[in-house]
Design a protein around this ligand. Structure first.
Ligand code: ATP
Length: 327
């Protein structure tokens, strides 16, 4: 049943206050027909909508201002908006088309991921075959190459934040925890320690988000070491493991025990785990972030692309390729 948020006529476009690319066309909630709710976040509701002019479908994320202020999420929401505009137009990353607001709400017009999150697709079949794992992890790698070349670290990469569009290609989402990374040359903190978890404007990580993400969190984040792009490579290793085996490598009911397992690199491969995939995962799940495969690549991520697991995968044309069926 269609749920329509009361779209105010006084909606104003906020593009003039944005730091990044300003989208050309102004839109208001009245330019969209609001359909069903497709998801709910801790302070947002996402609707399937249709642009009344073009009939094109979009996902619109609606955030209640008073709730954002009450929950002190202003920085988080602003960060997501700024980074998504900055990332603009690239395959495999959700696109933010417009933002606008009315007195009570903020609206984010996003590309619609018709096939939802990656996680239920893995869970439905139990695990991916090698072909599927190569393809989907290949798309994630291409997205990470783009992000890291743009000096953005996602910091919350997990199968729930990887959405699938109507053609079953991936779209990485949820940039609220993401961070602009200072490249090595000017990467010095007040204490002279290289890294990038030093910003004073750093929004506090959402507690619930952190709980949900615990399985993919890198050891450096748990031991207060600098978080670098390589932290996303750790999560990438966890995701490849999960695609092949059905479950993430570090698991426990107790978050404390799970964190211990992560910092001690305590995990096992089930029997029958593809050997080449195993070799790649072992090179990604390395405690020292600088020793992970790809971490020192001049051309990101040539060393991962040329790993034997990806033999014959045409990385540059993945977005034009029909994805292999999931089973
Ligand atoms: P939280 O803010 O609590 O971490 P979240 O990041 O999942 O949660 P939202 O970004 O509001 O919150 O997304 C809520 C749900 O809506 C998600 O679980 C996702 O499945 C769905 N969703 C979000 N964006 C899209 C999109 N562009 N297309 C399709 N579904 C989406």
């Amino acid at each position: 049943s269609a749920v329509v948020p009361p779209a105010s006529n006084s909606a104003t476009n906020t593009n003039t206050t944005m730091h990044a690319t300003v989208p050309p066309t102004k839109r208001t909630p009245n330019d969209f027909i609001f359909g069903k709710v497709i998801g709910e976040g801790s302070f947002s509701t996402v609707y399937l909508t249709k642009d009344i002019h073009t009939q094109k479908e979009f996902a619109i994320k609606v955030c209640e201002k008073h709730y954002i202020i009450k929950e002190k999420k202003t920085e988080y929401v602003k960060r997501e908006k700024d980074i998504l505009f900055y990332l603009s137009n690239t395959p495999f990353i959700v696109k933010l088309y417009y933002t606008f607001q009315d007195a009570e709400r903020l609206y984010f017009v996003l590309s619609y991921a018709k096939n939802g999150e990656l996680l239920p697709h893995i869970n439905k079949v139990g695990s991916f075959d090698v072909e599927c794992t190569k393809f989907y992890s290949g798309e994630i790698l291409v997205a990470l190459e783009y992000l890291h070349n743009m000096n953005v670290i996602h910091r919350d990469l997990k199968p729930e934040n990887i959405l699938l569009d109507e053609n079953m290609h991936i779209m990485i989402t949820d940039f609220g925890s993401a961070k602009m990374y200072k490249p090595a040359v000017d990467r010095k903190t007040k204490n002279g320690v290289s890294g990038c978890n030093d910003d004073e404007d750093e929004p506090r990580r959402r507690k619930n988000s952190f709980v949900g993400t615990a399985q993919y969190v890198s050891p450096e984040l748990l031991t207060d070491k600098p978080v670098t792009p390589s932290s996303d490579l750790w999560a990438f290793g966890c995701i490849i493991y999960q695609m092949i085996s059905g479950l993430p490598p570090f698991r426990s009911r107790s978050e404390y025990i799970m964190f211990q397992k992560i910092t001690k690199l305590e995990y096992e491969f089930p029997s029958g785990f593809c050997e080449k995939a195993r070799n790649l995962v072992e090179k990604l799940l390395v405690l020292d972030s600088e020793q992970r495969i790809g971490a020192t690549d001049k051309v990101k991520y040539s060393s991962i692309r040329s790993h034997p697991f990806y033999e014959s995968l045409d990385f540059d044309n993945l977005h034009k390729t029909t994805p292999p069926p999931i089973y």
